[in-house]
Design a protein around this ligand. Structure first.
Ligand code: FAD
Length: 388
């Protein structure tokens, strides 16, 4: 059997590419390494699937020029119309993040799978592709070889096997940008004390390199772990930072250090001699474990008195050195991948192999948390299917 199109990977981009190609009359088969489809859709957004964002500006991505061409003029409308056509009801939260109305990732996968089934698309599970053999001449088809020794043929291949899957394409000699797991926690030095494990605080997070160049600045909730720090804002920082960079937490973003010192001086006047000032001074300002940590930093208490200048500085500049990405097993994406320079953003096809298409995370396109990465998967898949 020779298919019109073989899609490799039944994840976010693969299911949509297959569906859209089949809708246009192509005979499509999906090869999927696992025993079920869309596992990454189900785990996304903590099981709620933040499937898109109301502001899909290409500036959120690492390669805005390529993304702009793929997205076209109205990416949000393209995504919402597509999901509306599948019958998905959705909500948009105050940060612009879009979720299924049910807040259940299964809703997104189910509406997609219902249409995949209705279109009669064949999905072969436990079919892990090892390599793709290009056609020798225009009459020949692609031969897709699986780990199990099977070979499938098709006129066109859409590669949708996700982050890190470029290794299966090494025989094609397409340029690859170094791949690295990201959108994950960060291991830092000094290591936070164990008693901070699980503590959260809202901070302005700034990452700067050795030359003090600011690489990242965003406000969000930081979560302390024994190896370092986590939370969505830290995931976003991990994407733009490197080992050796400095990450600074500012607990009182709304005040300058001087204003904060003045406020702390006034606050000091409200404490009398009977107070356990070291324990109580930051009550209501920070989580008790975090206030304990800050109050014990060198220089904050001198001769049983609070040095408000030192405390204001500590609250504005809690600094760590970034050691490495952490807990990468659970990282949300892989940055790097197939170099976009060797692909046409108008079609998603390779310049070297015009019947080979790539979509989703396998390409060197990444973005912060917020529904941008799934949006890239959907929109790049729709673009490829359009041109097929
Ligand atoms: C925990 C977690 C939470 C996330 N939350 C969000 C979120 O809320 N919003 C958001 O926008 N993004 C989120 N993401 C990122 C998002 O899921 C991915 O960017 C998106 O799924 C990428 O789509 P894809 O089609 O490129 O790859 P995938 O969806 O990963 O699909 C790739 C498919 O290919 C299969 N495959 C791999 N290798 C082979 C092979 N050799 N042969 C055959 N099949 C193969 C895989 O089994 C998989 O089914 C999250 C990711 C994770 C891990």
């Amino acid at each position: 059997m020779i298919y019109d199109v073989i899609v490799v990977g039944a994840g976010a981009s693969g299911l949509v590419a297959a569906m859209s190609a089949a809708k246009r009359g192509a005979r499509v088969c999906i090869l999927e390494a696992k025993n079920s489809a869309g596992k990454s859709i189900l785990t996304s957004g903590n099981g709620r699937c933040n499937f898109s964002n109301a502001n899909l500006d290409a500036g959120h991505y690492n390669d805005p020029e390529f993304v702009t061409t793929v997205f076209g003029p109205n990416p949000k409308e393209t995504v919402t119309k597509f999901f509306e056509s599948l019958g998905l009801w959705y909500i948009t939260d105050e940060e612009g993040r879009m979720f299924p109305r049910s807040r259940a990732a299964t809703s997104v996968l189910n509406v997609v799978m219902n249409r995949v089934k209705a279109l009669g698309i064949e999905i072969l599970y436990n079919a892990k592709v090892q390599y793709a053999e290009p056609p020798q001449d225009k009459q020949e088809s692609w031969k897709i070889h699986t780990e199990e020794g099977q070979c499938f043929q098709a006129g066109k291949v859409i590669w949708c096997a996700g982050g890190g899957s470029s290794k299966y394409l090494s025989n094609l000699k397409l340029p690859v940008v170094h791949e690295q797991k990201t959108l994950c926690p960060l291991a830092v030095t000094p290591k936070p004390p164990k008693y901070l494990n699980g503590v959260r605080a809202w901070c302005l997070v700034t990452v700067s390199d050795n030359h003090k160049k600011i690489l990242f600045k965003e406000t969000g909730e930081v979560l302390w772990r024994p190896y370092g720090i986590s939370g969505i804002v830290i995931f976003n920082a991990s994407r733009l930072s490197h080992p050796g960079d400095t990450i600074e937490l500012d607990f009182v973003e709304e005040k300058s250090e001087e204003e904060l010192k003045n406020d702390l001086d006034k606050r000091l006047l409200t404490f009398d001699d009977r107070s356990d000032i070291q324990k109580d001074f930051l009550e209501g300002v920070l989580h008790p474990a975090l206030s304990d940590f800050i109050m014990h930093l060198p220089g904050v208490i001198k001769d049983k008195h609070i040095d408000t200048a030192c405390l204001a500085h500590a609250l504005k500049h809690l600094n760590y050195k970034i050691e490495s990405p952490a807990d990468t097993e659970h990282a949300q994406i892989t940055k790097g991948g197939l170099d976009t320079k060797s692909f046409d953003a108008n079609t998603m096809s390779s310049y070297e192999y015009p019947t080979f298409y790539a979509c989703g995370e396998v390409l060197n396109i990444d973005a912060p948390c917020g529904g941008y990465n799934l949006s890239w998967a959907w929109l790049s898949a729709l673009k490829a299917a359009d041109s097929i």
